[in-house]
Design a protein around this ligand. Sequence first.
Ligand code: SF4
Length: 385
Amino acid sequence: MKTEYRPYRARSMVNKLKHVDDWLWVSYTLNPYRGCAHLCVYCDARANQYGLSATFEQVVYCKENAVDALERQLPRLKRSIVSTGAVCDAYQPIEAEHRITRRILETLARHRFPVEVLTKSDLVLRDLDVLQEINGVAWAGVLFTITTFDPVVAGRFEPYAPSPERRLTALEQVAKAGLTTGVMLCPHLPGISDDEAQLEEVVGRAKDAGAQFVLHGGLTLKEGPQKARFLKALERYYPHLLPRYEELYGVGYSPRGEYALQVGRLAREICRRHGVPDRMSRPILPGEELLVNRRIAESLLLRAYEMELEGGAGHRIWAYRKAAWTVDELDESLADIYGREGMSGLTALPYIGSSIAEVISSLLEEIKGASKVRSRGRNRGRRQK
Ligand code: SF4
C-alpha cells in the first residue's frame, strides 16, 4: 500500500476533552498526523466523525506547523496530561523522517506538560530521552496497543504496524527506563482474538515485560467506512463469522447482549490471575493542589466501571460518572467543603445525592485516616534518628 504524505497547517494542536478520560487520565488530546499508515483494519479513525474517511486509505497529512501552534496554545492551558495517538498513531513510519512528534515532545518538555503516548510502534524508543525529561518535571507514560500475539491475526488486522513482538520488546525498555507503561488490549475481536488463551497470552506476557496495567476493551463498528472495511476483511478471512457479527452489531456500533460483559469479566479475571490491574492508576502530577478531589473522582469512576462489568443499572452508573466529574472539576478541596459544611455541603454540589454523598464521606474519612497514619510514621522515624 503506497501512502501519500501531504503537509498540513493546523489551526490548533491541543483539543480539550469535556471531562477527564477515565481509562487514560488525560484531559487533552493531540495528533501530529491526520491519517495513519498502519491502516489497521478495525481502525476507528476511519469513522465519519473524524473527517478522515475519504482519504484514510491513501493520504496522511503532516502537521508541520505543530510547534508554532503549540507554542501559542500551551501558555493558555491549565497543566494536565496530553495524550498523543488517541486518533492517529504519532509514531507511524513517516515520523522517523519528519520528527514532528519528537518536536512536539520537546515543546511539551519546555512547558512542563505531562504526556501520555499510545502507540503500536517501537519508534517511540528513539524519544525515550525527551520522555524521561518530561517525566522528571511533570509525568510521562507510554502505552502499547497489543491485541493478540497470533501472527496470522495480527498480520490480517494490523498489516502495516510493527509486530506485537516488537511492541512488547519496546514496552520492556520503556519499563526499564522508569516510565509508566502498560498495554491496551483493545480491540479484542469477537470469535477471532477474544478467547481465553489469546487474552491470557497478552496479559501474561505484558505483565512479565513490565506492564503496570492492562486495559481491555472490545470492538466498536461505526456505520460507514470503518464498518465496511472491517466487514470486507471478515468476509475474506472469516466468512463463517458474518452471521455472528450481524447478530452482535446489527445497526448499533457496540456489541449487543451479554457478550461485552462476559469478555470484560473474563479479561478482568485473567488480569487478576496474573496480578496485574485492569485499570490504570491516576498519575499524581507534581504540585497537584486538589489531590483529594482527584483521588475521590478516581474512586467514583472505578465504581462506575465495576458496576458496568457487574451489569448494573445504567442510571446508577451514570450517576457515579457525573458525580465524579463534579468532584474532579471543583475549584475547591472537597475535604474543606466537607469539613466546613458536612453532608449538606456535599449534597449541595451538582449531581451528588445523599447516597453518593455517603460514599464520598467514607472516602474522605479513609483518606484522612491514611494520612494520619503516614504522618505518625514520619514523626516516629524522626524521633528514632
Ligand atoms: S495504529 Fe491506531 S491509529 Fe493507526 S491505523 Fe492502527 S488503530 Fe488506527
